[in-house]
Design a protein around this ligand. Structure first.
Ligand SMILES: [Zn+2]
Length: 96
């Protein structure tokens, strides 16, 4: 798989956001003990896993760690929902 991986933070939990797939592999201490397949969440599932599910705004809850990836220059801290961000092509599927 060739998805772009971006380190994100959600409510203090660190995860790997798979750009394009809109999946997050959690890297919290509990999940690190599990096989990767069991650590993979959808964005909304991950938000709930991190205790931020009440917001139901994963694009606001998931934050890119500044400086972690070349696409996000250090000091440029923006959220995934920032229309000027690299991730502007990420569209949340309509979830029922
Ligand atoms: Zn976790």
């Amino acid at each position: 798989m060739s998805a772009v991986q971006i380190i994100v933070m959600c409510n203090g939990y660190r995860g790997i956001f798979l750009l394009g797939l809109q999946r997050v592999i959690c890297m919290c201490t509990d999940c690190c003990k599990k096989p990767e397949a069991e650590r993979e969440f959808s964005c909304t599932q991950y938000e709930q896993h991190c205790g931020a599910g009440a917001a139901k705004k994963w694009k606001a809850s998931l934050r890119i760690e500044p400086g972690c990836v070349p696409e996000v220059p250090e000091g440029l801290s923006h959220s995934i929902c920032d229309p000027s961000a690299q991730l502007s092509s990420v569209d949340s599927p309509v979830e029922s």
